[in-house]
Design a protein around this ligand. Structure first.
Ligand code: SF4
Ligand code: SF4
Length: 524
């Protein structure tokens, strides 16, 4: 489905390369405040909900768990902890379908809710965070399983390792046309967001915090500004930015605010900047003031294919079917279920999947909104995709190399700089699903890379094994050789001794003979 676009002027494009102006449909899900709803019977909690290594499970089937209890610890430095959203019993740890672009199943902890809502013991730090070291605060954030909630799901504590960063940018841009969870959060919980931002500022020793919001969210801007006025420290400021998609991309937002570009393969910290989503700041506030791990998030359930679009505060692991049901269910002409927005989201084959930390939006389209052709037309080399690419790539070339599976050329043409914003596919007159080609090519390259690494590891293991065998063989042979040499030397010694004795005997005999000769001469 394509959101409606309006023409973009040269002036509006000045902030970063490319981009498009989209008509927002945020209003359909912000009519009501954020809602919560009754818990369900079963929760499906995937062990991989973040960028990095899979979490290491700490529970077993049959274990009783409390709400907020750690179910799995980080599997590596870049990884995240996973917690139980309810109190209950672990009934299974098994493969279950998850909302992922691959469409594949993954390892999940299944929890049967006991509806007692019994929390694990919690000791909030509260205002003491001001006297707590950056290192300790990062550990609290790590233990709380907090990841980037703008969709990237990069472990937050890992992102905060650099200190003395001048500017903290809070990303409240939310440029996808249907998503409104950040908008709703800013409207309703502005002070808590500022509190989380203050904690981040304390960790990284920031000197200022800029809260970036697109100009199509006046209520959120007003709420954040009021909270800043109430705070009165001068640390925070709201920066209103023009509504151009994808200004919420980290690199694009940094460019808009600082005028500088994050160099290729480098980090924003090199520009003295750190960027966090506003929902991440809110989660940090909950972790410090309530010792609450990341067990829930705000998700936008929207689109013309769902009866009551709204923002819901939902526990991680809740089945998506339950969320849709609580939003009035599907309409008669509902069509596609998408996780994320229409630009960067991906289609889900089923709603028997859990809400995960990355789930900022569930979009249900209506059949009438289906505008793209079932079969795309050939590329006509119009170059429209090049004009809108915010990463300064050549999308039609990437498409060409992706279709011909030319991995070398794809890498040469910086496929991995593609942020999958979908601008190119949006403007393509041939309706080529360009992003699908890029995602598929990236997955293939990653798979090959993993297989190559695996085969390199196997080869190295085999070589090390062979070297060990050769070394043992050499050592055995050397031992035998030395033994043989020793024996030989021993025999030589014996022979030498015999010779010496024989010589001594011969000398004694000769002396004896000489004496006898002398006696005979005297007798004569
Ligand atoms: S916009 Fe579509 S048709 Fe035009 S050059 Fe790009 S891929 Fe080809
Ligand atoms: S999806 Fe990738 S190639 Fe297409 S416009 Fe966005 S960054 Fe450029």
């Amino acid at each position: 489905m394509k959101p409606t676009a309006t023409q973009l002027s040269e002036k509006e494009l000045s902030s970063f390369d490319g981009g498009i102006k989209l008509v927002a449909y945020k209003g359909i899900s912000t009519r009501e405040p954020i809602s919560t709803f009754a818990q369900t019977r079963q929760y499906i909690v995937p062990l991989q909900q973040h960028i990095g290594a899979i979490s290491q499970v700490l529970v077993a089937p049959g274990d009783k768990v409390l709400k907020g209890q750690m179910l799995a610890k980080p599997g590596d430095l870049v990884s995240a902890a996973i917690h139980s959203p309810v109190s209950g019993v672990v009934t299974d740890i098994t493969q279950h379908d998850i909302p992922h672009i691959s469409g594949l199943a993954d390892q999940c902890v299944i929890i049967e809710n006991d509806f007692n809502d019994e929390w694990v013991t919690r000791q909030p730090l509260g205002d003491q965070y001001n006297e707590t070291s950056s290192h300790e605060l990062r550990n609290v954030i790590r233990d709380a399983g907090i990841v980037g909630l703008g969709g990237a799901t990069y472990p937050t504590s890992v992102k905060q390792t650099e200190i003395n960063i001048k500017t903290l940018i809070l990303n409240g841009v939310e440029c996808e046309p249907y998503i409104s969870c950040d908008d709703a959060l800013m409207r309703e919980r502005a002070q808590e967001i500022l509190s989380g931002a203050d904690i981040i500022g304390h960790i990284i020793k920031a000197r200022e915090c800029i809260i970036a919001i697109e100009d199509n969210k006046p209520e959120a801007i007003k709420a954040m500004q009021e909270a800043i006025d109430h705070d009165g420290t001068g640390f925070f400021q709201v920066q209103i930015i023009p509504t151009i998609y994808p200004s919420g991309g980290e690199k694009q937002l940094i460019k808009i605010i600082t005028g500088e570009e994050v160099p290729k393969h480098r980090y924003p910290a090199e520009l003295n900047v750190l960027c966090h989503n506003i929902a991440t700041a809110y989660a940090i506030h909950r972790a410090i003031y309530f010792a609450e791990p990341l067990i829930s998030r705000i998700t936008t359930v929207t689109g013309h294919g769902v009866a009551q679009p709204q923002n819901i505060e939902v526990l991680i692991g809740t089945p998506i079917s339950h969320c849709i049901e609580r939003c009035g269910g599907y309409t008669d002409d509902s069509d596609e279920l998408i996780m994320g927005g229409p630009m960067m989201g991906f289609s889900l084959n089923s709603d028997n999947l859990p809400i995960v930390k990355a789930c900022n939006c569930l979009l249900v389209t209506a059949k009438t909104e289906h505008t793209s052709r079932d079969k795309h037309l050939p590329c006509i080399r119009c170059g429209k995709c090049v004009d809108v690419c915010p990463a300064r790539l050549l999308p039609q070339q990437l498409y060409w190399y992706a279709s011909s599976k030319n991995t070398d050329r794809l890498i040469e043409h910086n496929l991995f700089d593609c942020i999958e914003c979908g601008c190119c596919a949006y403007v393509c007159p041939s309706d080529i699903p360009l992003v699908q080609y890029y995602r598929s090519a990236k997955t293939t390259i990653w798979q090959h890379d993993r297989e190559r690494k695996f085969s390199d590891i196997s080869r190295l293991r085999h070589e090390a094994h062979q070297q060990r065998i050769d070394k043992q063989k050499f050592e055995r042979e050397e031992k035998l050789r030395k033994k043989r040499e020793m024996l030989k030397n021993k025999n030589n010694d014996k022979d030498n001794k015999k010779d010496v004795i024989a010589e001594a005997l011969a000398r004694a005999q000769a002396k004896k003979n000489d004496r006898l000769k002398d006696n005979d001469t005297e007798t004569d």
